[in-house]
Design a protein around this ligand. Structure first.
Ligand code: AP5
Ligand code: MG
Length: 188
């Protein structure tokens, strides 16, 4: 199963991907996690990405695609994968399709986690207190939400237009949402 998880900051992409990888037995690939690891390791790529991420803006398409290409080249992705945080704009959606076409592994389905903005802000505020992620400050969160509606929301229509979109209501317990996602992708 090759699955793309779409949704605003705080919609539960990471939370659901962690559960889905157990259920589907495929790796969870989060471009945000890969970038945070590069920042923490202080690699040249991480040094470039750090300030951009802290402002809540998108890291360049080129950097992220290179990172993703390397990850998708690893053998554990042959069974499939769950992509979390990619694609984030139409250029990335096109680049992903081209890359996966080359690998002969097209996306099966994109799942959009739908959560209203007020709850997103509440969830991220909760995480900010618990974990202190560098881009969970009120200003960065405002930017992330704006970037999402300007640049990422069109990706939903991209998959809808290709008959590959499933929308899932993302409010409820984490397990309730998981069951909805599994139902939407026909994996129950
Ligand atoms: P990224 O790491 O992808 O962050 P994000 O999209 O802003 O999303 P979050 O990780 O904040 O939310 P989530 O949907 O994973 O929700 P979660 O499960 O954590 O990207 C970070 C940055 O990296 C970007 O801003 C950009 O700079 C850069 N980047 C990444 N990918 C890029 C790309 N492709 N191109 C360019 N730049 C890129 O849940 C949130 C909270 O809610 C948690 O505390 C969780 O416990 C809680 N929660 C979840 N589900 C529930 C539930 N059902 N009930 C109650 N609480 C819940
Ligand atoms: Mg996440």
């Amino acid at each position: 199963m090759r699955l793309v998880l779409l949704g605003a900051p705080g919609s539960g992409k990471g939370t659901q991907a962690t559960r889905l990888k157990e259920a589907l037995r495929v790796p969870h690939i989060s471009t945000g996690d890969l970038l945070r690891a590069a920042v923490a390791a202080g690699t040249p790529l991480g040094q470039q990405a750090k300030a951009v991420m802290e402002r809540g803006e998108l890291v360049s398409d080129e950097i992220v695609l290179g990172m993703l290409e390397e990850r998708l080249g690893q053998p554990d992705t042959r069974a499939g994968f769950i992509l979390d945080g990619y694609p984030r704009n139409l250029a990335q959606a096109n680049a992903l399709d081209a890359l996966l076409a080359r690998l002969g592994q097209p996306v099966d389905i994109a799942v959009q986690l739908d959560v209203d903005t007020e709850l997103l802000i509440q969830r991220i505020a909760g995480r900010a207190q618990a974990e202190g992620r560098a881009d969970d400050t009120p200003e960065a969160v405002r930017n992330r939400l704006r970037v999402y509606s300007d640049q990422t929301a069109p990706v939903i229509d991209y998959y809808r237009g290709r008959g590959k979109l499933a929308c899932v209501f993302g409010v409820g317990s984490m397990d309730e949402v998981l069951q909805r996602v599994l139902g939407a992708i026909g994996a129950t």
